[in-house]
Every structure is written in structure tokens, then in C-alpha cells.
Design a protein around this ligand. Structure first.
Ligand code: ADP
Ligand code: MN
Ligand code: MN
Ligand code: MN
Length: 338
């Protein structure tokens, strides 16, 4: 029987942004294992800010498995962290997402590739490259630099091989800034895949001496920050919708504005300034095709009797997609559908 290398991956207890952790377990299976064949495992929570040394055991409960073609017989196993009594650990935001197979999310993850603390493509000796303008979806050494595209292409292939549902990638507005989009049906699926895609990316970059900067505003001055727009829809939004329901939904989003911001990633006041295609952090607004609004309503939504999906533009690149999906579905659940 082949021996499989199972990389159990979880989120640690650091705040406000959890780190990805992973360790390998070797197990024999006839063929690539299914989720229900995978045993729970444990780790030392005192090394991850999830437990005291005197009572350090935390449980890893597998919740999704993906092939890992970078290793022979490899698998990436996303896990929830549980307490020894079987309850979710307080750091386990995934467990707080309402189960809904008909909730769909599409996240647009922006990030910077950095080397020695500076974005890839910034002059090595210091100083700045040309101002923003030609980098977005750009090509050529002067716009993209030398190894950035190699990295993002390799990342894309590893993710696609793993079954991650990438919808696309593009070079972003700032030099060294990139984006990938992941879409998933089911309230937890896209969030699981964002975390696995982040894991694959940071691990891939080790060999290049490159780090990923997920912070939402790593560069001062006239350089774009990084977001993670959350596109979402429910069965009701897609199939029933209507202006009346939409208005009630937006009223609930406005009422919960602070709770949403709290779940949307740290330091967002640096990014949500009202400039660079954002709404200010302390204001809530929606608008058809409006990239300066908190929530952008696609033309396709307004023209289809207010049915379809919506884009919450506030979540940032460092946000935890579990907390984001959880908060959005909580607010949606506050609004009666009839
Ligand atoms: P932008 O102009 O903001 O970059 P995109 O068209 O690139 O917009 O991204 C929109 C995203 O919306 C897609 O990547 C997809 O994942 C997501 N999306 C499309 N339809 C739905 C839907 N019905 N429910 C949830 N998300 C959706
Ligand atoms: Mn996009
Ligand atoms: Mn973008
Ligand atoms: Mn967007």
C-alpha cells in the first residue's frame, strides 16, 4: 500500500491575524484517501497561542482534503482546531459559519510579493519604480520584473492540480501586487480554498527567497492597498431577490457596519479612506456599479429585478475568509425572506 504524506494545516491563535501552520503525518491507504478516512490528530497548542503549557493538547479535525502534486503521494488537509472535549476552539472561526450548501462566495485575494521587505520589482538599491499606471494587467520586464510571473504561474498550476476553484489571476495596480480569484458553492468551500491557496503560495515562495505581504496597506503614498472583495449570494438572492428584500438587506448591513469591519481584517482604516476605489471605513453605502461604495451592486443584479450576487468591497487582503463569510451570513440571516 502506498504511503501518503498528509499535510494537516490549521490556523493558530495569533490575533488579529492567524498564521497558517502545518505538519505532516504519514499514513497508508490503497488510493488517495477520502475525508472520512482521515483520523483526527493533535498538536501542542502552547506553541501556537492556543493553550497553556500545563494543558497543551489541541485536536485537529480534518474538514477538507486536496491533492498536493508538489510531493509524491501528497495531500493538503485543511483542519479545524477543537478542544479535547470536542467543542470548537475559540480560535476556530470556521465553526461559526452557518451551514448553507446554497450560499456561494467568490473572494478576490490581492497580495504583494516582497523580497528584503520591498515589493518585487522595486529597485534593489532603494528608491521607487515608475508610479502606478502601467502595472495593472501589465506585461514586460519593466512592469512585472523577472520572477514574479514564474511564481504566480507555478502557484496557479499547483492550485488547479489540487482542485482549488481558481477563476482567474491578474497583475494588480501596484508594482509587485497580484490577485487571484476563487469561487465556491457552499458557505465554507471558497474560504477553505482561500486558506489552502495562501498556504501553497507562502510555501512555494520559500525557495525563491520571497515572502507574501498580505497587509492591506504595505506602502505609504500613492500606491494601492490590497483588498479581498467578497462576492456573495444565497439561493433567495439568486432566485427571488426584489428591491424590497434588497433594501432590507442593506439596512441590516448598515446596522451591523461595525461588526462587519471588525471581521474584515486589521488596519482597514489605512485602506478604506474613500480614495483608491474604496468607501471610508466609518460610512456604509451601496451603489450600482459603484467601486467607491461599501457594497457594489453589479448591473446584472439591478437589471435582473434585484436578483443575483453582491460584492462587499470592504474585506481586506489580510482578512480571515472564515470570519468574513461567517459575518456576512449572520447579517443575511437577520433579514426575513418573506
Ligand atoms: P471585479 O470587477 O470586482 O474584479 P470580477 O468579475 O472579477 O469582479 O469578480 C466577480 C466575482 O464574483 C467572480 O470572481 C465570482 O467568483 C463571483 N461571483 C460570480 N457570480 C456569483 C454568485 N452568483 N454568487 C457569488 N459570487 C459570485
Ligand atoms: Mn477582481
Ligand atoms: Mn483587484
Ligand atoms: Mn472586485
Amino acid at each position: 500500500m502506498p504511503k501518503f504524506k498528509l499535510e494537516y494545516i490549521w490556523l493558530d491563535g495569533y490575533t488579529p491575524v492567524p498564521n497558517l501552520r502545518g505538519k505532516t503525518q504519514i499514513k497508508e491507504f490503497d488510493s488517495f484517501p477520502t475525508l472520512d478516512q482521515l483520523p483526527d490528530w493533535g498538536f501542542d497548542g502552547s506553541s501556537t497561542q492556543q493553550a497553556d503549557g500545563s494543558d497543551s493538547d489541541c485536536i485537529l479535525k480534518p474538514v477538507a482534503i486536496y491533492p498536493d502534486t508538489t510531493r509524491i503521494n501528497g495531500a493538503l488537509v485543511m483542519c479545524e482546531v477543537m478542544l479535547p472535549n470536542g467543542d470548537p476552539h475559540p480560535s476556530n472561526a470556521r465553526a461559526s459559519i452557518l451551514d448553507d450548501a446554497d450560499a456561494w462566495f467568490g473572494f478576490e485575494q490581492e497580495y504583494f510579493l516582497v523580497e528584503d521587505g520591498r515589493p518585487l520589482g522595486f529597485p534593489k538599491g532603494g528608491g521607487y519604480p515608475d508610479p502606478q499606471g502601467e502595472y495593472y494587467c501589465g506585461a514586460g520586464f519593466k512592469n512585472v520584473g523577472d520572477i514574479a510571473r514564474t511564481i504566480v504561474e507555478e502557484h496557479l498550476d499547483i492550485c488547479l492540480d489540487a482542485g482549488i476553484n481558481h477563476e482567474g489571476i491578474n497583475g494588480e495596480v501596484a508594482k509587485g501586487q497580484w490577485e487571484f480569484q476563487i469561487f465556491g458553492k457552499g458557505s465554507k468551500r471558497a474560504a477553505d480554498q482561500i486558506w489552502i491557496a495562501r498556504y501553497i503560495l507562502v510555501r512555494l515562495c520559500e525557495a525563491y527567497g520571497v515572502d507574501i505581504e498580505f497587509h492591506c496597506k504595505p506602502l505609504k503614498g500613492d500606491w494601492n492597498g490590497s483588498g479581498m472583495h467578497a462576492n456573495f449570494s444565497t439561493k433567495h438572492l439568486r432566485e427571488v431577490g426584489g428591491k424590497d428584500y434588497f433594501d432590507k438587506l442593506m439596512a441590516a448591513f448598515e446596522k451591523n457596519c461595525e461588526e462587519h469591519i471588525a471581521a474584515y481584517g486589521p488596519d482597514n482604516h489605512l485602506r478604506l479612506t474613500g480614495l483608491h476605489e474604496t468607501q471610508s471605513i466609518d460610512q456604509f453605502s451601496w451603489g450600482v456599479a459603484d467601486r467607491g461604495a461599501s457594497i457594489r451592486v453589479p448591473h446584472s443584479f439591478a437589471n435582473n429585478d434585484w436578483k443575483g450576487y453582491l460584492e462587499d468591497r470592504r474585506p481586506n487582503s489580510q482578512g480571515d475568509p472564515y470570519q468574513i463569510a461567517s459575518r456576512i451570513l449572520k447579517t443575511v440571516a437577520e433579514v426575513p425572506t418573506s
